[in-house]
Design a protein around this ligand. Structure first.
Ligand code: COA
Length: 271
């Protein structure tokens, strides 16, 4: 599926000397965010639960000549996350940006899901985000740090996504509660809510066929999937000085998807 953005100029935001920690970074949106921060000058630390996958992901960044380290840590394991943050701070110094993006997903009706299936997604997405943010606080540049949760289309109920929608609704509320609590420390906490983003594991699971891709794209107001770079751009903006007065925001980067299915109300001849 063609995405909207045939890119493009380099990011206007620079991160020379900054340190960025990203959870769930072995592929997809989160790896693209890591690559974008590295290209903008940051040293990046990546975690995922598979050592092999995170080592390969880290290599894509070091092969371009940028500084990066990769560590195996499951976001459900608080101690493992804390150890990875500690190692990052000892190697690179204080952490300026934390992105919590580890997520699990499978399409399943509630009646086809066990209690453990539901809990697994809550554990990865919601409790994992709490673990990453809570454990990072001690290592953050304060004031000035930017925390970003990768959320989802949570305000909109979605068929066969009761587990994911519930987890992401929690992520949004956690983001806003932490923004309130940590604002006085100069720590901003925001979320990015991606819509349908091409070339990601999530979309491969949710829309495995070209026909499904086309039907999906036809319902999005901007009539196309987004690109991983669209999410990376938002992360670089939200962590920059340009966003210094933004905290507690849930930034939808979704071509208008959250507004509803626009195919049913399209005006003939407009597009
Ligand atoms: N339908 C219904 N239940 C499912 C399921 C599916 N397609 N896939 C997993 N589950 C259930 C399992 O049956 C299990 O419940 P049970 O013990 O009652 O049988 C529970 O979820 C945990 O599964 P398990 O495979 O042991 O968990 P895990 O921690 O290894 O990984 C996922 C679970 C969801 C994270 C895994 O599918 C995964 O690796 N996904 C890739 C990451 C991804 O989806 N990325 C895109 C994010 S948008």
């Amino acid at each position: 599926m063609q995405d909207k953005t045939d890119r493009k100029a380099p990011s206007p935001h620079t991160y020379d000397g900054k340190v960025v920690f990203i959870a769930g970074a072995s592929s997809g949106i989160n790896l693209s965010i890591g690559q974008a921060f590295a290209r903008a000058g940051a040293k990046v630390a990546l975690i995922s639960r598979s050592l092999d996958k995170i080592t390969a992901a880290t290599k894509t960044i070091t092969d371009e000549g940028y500084e990066a380290i990769g560590m195996a840590a499951d976001v459900r394991d608080y101690q493992a996350v804390e150890d990875a943050l500690k190692l990052t701070a000892s190697q690179f110094g204080k952490i300026d940006v934390v992105v919590s993006g580890a997520a699990g997903n499978f399409p399943a009706a509630a009646l086809d899901m066990s209690a453990n299936g539901f809990k697994t997604i809550i554990d990865i997405d919601l409790i994992g985000t709490f673990n990453v943010f809570r454990a990072s606080f001690e290592f953050l540049s304060r004031p000035g740090a930017s925390l970003i949760a990768i959320s989802g289309q949570a305000p909109r109920p979605t068929m066969h996504q009761s587990h994911v929608c519930s987890a992401k609704a929690g992520v949004n509320m956690l983001t806003q509660c932490l923004a309130m609590e940590w604002g006085q420390a100069g720590v901003r906490v925001n979320a990015i809510a991606p819509g349908m983003i091409g070339d990601t594991e999530g979309m491969r699971r949710l829309a495995p066929s070209v026909a499904e891709d086309q039907a999906n794209a036809g319902s999005i107001p901007l009539r196309a999937y987004g690109a991983k770079d669209d999410i990376a751009d938002a992360a670089l903006f939200l962590s920059s000085d340009s966003a210094r007065y933004i905290t507690g925001a849930i930034l939808f980067v979704d071509g208008g998807l959250i507004l509803g299915d626009s195919s049913t109300t399209a005006r003939p001849g407009i597009g």
